[in-house]
Design a protein. Structure first.
Lengths: 291, 123, 266
């Protein structure tokens, strides 16, 4: 029971976007898919949902192919940044067709959500603002009877109140019917505690793949006078640095040296997910520039 | 209930700490129901599994108990248990630090005793 | 039939019905009502015959055009279906099922209209009406029973509509793969190339000594159902039907092949 990506490579006009990527997405978990702009998050999601064909590699659900297969494709739903709906269609009609194709659509909840977000379902899709397009697509995503829901930029154009409402409804809906959500967003702080597992996509690869608590258990910020911090962190996996006067903060990803005494002048703190992400993806970029 | 998730401690430990604090402050009285996993999860955008992990720490410590189909309740005597635990930790958590800081500031034992005396009379 | 295929077929059918009645409403307005208004405004009402205008409506011809165009519309529905977890295969199959069904229904309506409205209005017998159609090449082959000949005529048209629809699908799915730029180029280049081809062909026919086209002509005659000494009206209609069916299979295969390659555009 899972979605499996095996050796996925994607190239556009000779440029590599994804390079031999492997991934497992398990049932009933909330995932975060993080990556910088242009890292290939949307490409990856489009490959899973069979909207694009990878240059090589396979995507399966419970061992069955996701390529051109109604049975497997019907078990997932990708809410994408690209608008897949016709501008002239009325929202009601789009809900009708979604219900027709997926079956079992939760209409009562959709009506309830539309009221909560203040969305009038008699409008045409093309007439909606960016924020309300997002809201409409979110409503569909939460009411569709699929087991794997992929949300690409789910809060694009939403104000703080609507974002708050969305996160609450997401948890409510997840509690009532546990299923997998994969959330791809740049607002890392807002989902950091919400997600159970995180994928970080960088340099055409998944560079971090693990439970959020395990990963944050291995991410530290070590602050103090330059010399002391440098001495204490020597040989560790330093992913980034900040300087302020004579004070240095070294960001470390990986185990610390347990038998190395911590100097009084040095403090060891944990990193949050956003800070870890920024440092991991910055470091790679700097390295790439050096080469 | 007042939750404050600013520290970088793991979230499930923070959940446990915050509920314990609320029981200690009697915001959640003994025998009363504590907010459900979903309520806490929704309010603070925390994964339900994480909240549950935090709550289970308190269940293991026998501060709260699960009643099937109803929810989590504060165990009678939970507050006293927390007081007892905190008394045991008082020396390690506060006195050690107090004395070490006093030494750095050259405050003598008598001076410290006087300061403590003052603290008790003014507050 | 699987529930999904049925759902997609139903959806496409409802969508086409809507387009269809709008098309006919447009035709009615453009060719019946507007001329009437024009006649009233210019005071030429005496030259306008409401009856003959209405009875001359080429329902079948309009449908042929309609099915060619609507079957070529590909990308918008592809987006909707892939968003809803419907495979390309199911989309393609549902489209073909629809084409076959809708063409059948429309051919029956068109035949009823032709033989019950247009022919009597013109004072033609059924056979005389058949003689005015393309099928006049074949309308005596199956004997003198008018009903049998009409059935042959209907089958002939039905296959023709299916062929048109599949051709539309093939063109549409190829165009759906092109970028806007490439599509615009194709829209300009194809008529230009077609023009040069025509020029080339007309040149060859004026100087037959250069090319021997007898084989080709004979082959085309064979495909049309011509046989030794046959008079028009006595050609074998099964030949062009088979030819069209082969065309359908080829167009269907092209449509299916390119349909399988549909993907999200940037």
């Amino acid at each position: 029971m899972s979605i499996q990506l095996q050796a996925i490579t994607q190239q556009f006009h000779g440029q590599t976007v994804l390079d031999n990527l492997n991934l497992t997405i398990e049932p009933k978990k909330i995932y975060g898919l993080l990556g910088r702009n242009g890292a290939g998050k949307s490409t990856l999601l489009n490959i899973i949902s069979n909207r694009l064909f990878p240059t090589s590699g396979t995507a399966t659900l419970d061992g069955e192919t996701l390529h051109d297969n109604d049975q497997t494709l019907g078990q997932l739903y990708l809410m994408s940044e690209v608008n897949m709906y016709n501008d002239h269609s009325r929202l009601k009609k789009l809900i009708d067709s979604t219900a027709l194709f997926y079956g079992d659509f939760d209409r009562a909840y959709a009506t309830q959500l539309a009221a909560k977000f203040g969305l009038n379902l008699t409008q045409r899709f093309g007439k909606l603002s960016t924020g309300y397009r997002t809201i409409f697509k979110l409503i569909i995503a939460l009411c569709v009877p699929a087991d794997y829901i992929f949300l690409d930029e789910p809060v694009l154009g939403l104000d703080a109140n609507h974002r708050e409402l969305f996160y609450q409804e997401l948890i409510d809906s997840y509690t009532n019917r546990p299923r997998t959500f994969v959330i791809s967003t740049h607002l890392i702080e807002e989902i950091a505690n919400l997600i159970e597992h995180v994928f970080i996509l960088d340099q055409h690869q998944i560079i971090v793949n693990g439970s959020v608590s395990d990963i944050l258990d291995r991410a530290y910020m070590i602050t103090g006078p330059d010399a002391d911090v440098t001495a204490y962190t020597s040989g560790l996996n330093i992913i980034g640095q900040d300087h302020l006067g004579g004070i240095t903060a070294n960001y470390v990803y990986g185990a610390l040296e347990d038998n190395r005494p911590i100097p009084d002048t040095v403090t060891v703190e944990r990193l949050d997910l956003q800070k870890l992400f920024v440092n991991l993806t910055n470091a790679k970029e700097a390295a790439a520039h050096v080469n | 209930m007042q939750f404050n998730f600013n520290s970088t401690e793991p979230i499930y430990l923070q959940v446990a700490d915050q509920i314990e604090e609320a029981i200690f402050a009697q915001s959640f009285a003994e025998g009363e129901q504590v907010p459900s996993t979903t309520e806490i999860s929704k309010e603070f955008h925390i994964n339900p599994a994480t909240v549950l992990k935090g709550m289970n720490i308190l269940v293991d410590a026998q501060l709260i108990e699960k009643r099937r189909g109803v929810g989590m309740f504060v165990v009678p005597g939970a507050q006293a248990q927390i007081v007892e635990k905190r008394r045991n930790q008082f020396y390690d958590d506060y006195v050690k630090n107090l004395v070490s800081e006093a030494r750095k500031l050259h405050i003598t034992k008598q001076e410290l005793a006087q300061l403590i005396e003052r603290g008790f009379t003014t507050q | 039939m699987s529930t999904k295929r049925w759902a997609v077929t139903r959806y496409l059918f409802m969508e086409q019905l809507q387009l269809l009645w709008r098309t006919y409403a447009f035709i009615l307005v453009a060719f019946v009502i507007l001329p009437l208004l024009f006649a009233i405004l210019t005071g030429n009402l005496s030259h306008y015959s409401f009856g003959s205008t209405l009875t001359d409506l080429g329902i079948g011809a309009v449908f042929g055009f309609f099915i060619l165009v609507t079957m070529s519309l590909t990308y918008d529905n592809f987006k909707l279906f892939i968003q809803n977890g419907i495979s390309r295969k199911t989309y393609c199959q549902a489209k073909v099922i629809n084409l076959i069904g809708l063409s059948f229904g429309m051919e029956i309506i068109s035949a009823l209209y032709n033989f019950l409205v247009t022919a009597p209005a013109r004072g033609h017998s059924g056979q005389a009406f058949l003689d005015t159609t393309v099928y006049s090449l074949y309308d005596h082959f199956l004997g003198t029973n008018l009903f049998v000949n009409i059935l042959g005529y209907m089958a002939f048209n039905w296959i023709f509509f299916i062929g048109l629809g599949l051709t539309g699908m093939a063109i549409g799915s190829i165009f759906a793969l092109l970028t806007k730029f490439a599509r615009n180029i194709a829209i300009i280049a194809i008529p230009v190339l077609g023009f040069f081809l025509l020029v080339f062909l007309s040149n060859t026919s004026t100087s037959p000594s250069d090319y021997n086209l007898d084989g080709l002509v004979n082959f085309l005659k064979f495909l049309m159902g011509y046989h030794a000494n046959a008079q028009p009206g006595y050609f074998n209609p099964t030949m062009p039907m088979l030819t069209m069916m082969v065309g359908c299979v080829i167009m269907g295969a092209i449509a299916y092949y390119f349909n399988q390659k549909l993907k999200l555009k940037k």
